[in-house]
Design a protein around this ligand. Sequence first.
Ligand code: GTP
Ligand code: MG
Length: 187
Amino acid sequence: MGTFPKVELCPTTKLPEFAFIGRSNVGKSSLINMLCGRKALAKTSSTPGKTQAINLFEINGNWQLADLPGYGYAKVSKSIREQFGFMIKNYLKLRTNLFCTFILIDVRLSPQEVDLEMINWMGENEVPFYIVFTKTDKLKVKELEQNIEGFTNKLLETWTELPYMFASSSKTFLGQEEILDFVKSAL
Ligand code: GTP
Ligand code: MG
């Protein structure tokens, strides 16, 4: 559908939209390609900061997917970081056909402050979301379980109810069926 620098310029449509947000380099664009079974629908890069605008993709004519820039990337200037943060939050608040948002979390890391801040912001602004752990192929099963439990416990410090959580890998296709089934059940 195209690339748009701010939500006000995104075409209005009635198709339900599913957004993918997360820290820079967490694997948003890769997950989108994996879900769609396409190698390069969304542009990916090992250098953080690849996605710089709102990218919309129409899938099968009955739903839409939004690839957004990463938040909290330390190596860009503070003003660019703030600009991305503003773009993402405005998108989340103003996009009328936004059905739900997937917050991607790199499963290899301990709970990151920027992710927790974003999750809390979603709660305060009543934006419904799900968690998707990415890069699960990079950990052994035991570590994977420990990290997911660690993240869950961190959330339980402030939340009484937990969001639904998916585990994914764009390398092994883990999570593809489960996430697509979830989308289909919502349409
Ligand atoms: P920005 O657009 O910069 O915010 O990044 P992004 O979140 O879209 O990340 P992107 O999909 O571009 O992936 C970043 C890097 O992580 C790339 O080198 C990917 O190949 C790698 N990567 C993404 N997902 C996975 C995964 O599930 N497993 C592994 N092993 N690598 C992954
Ligand atoms: Mg990207």
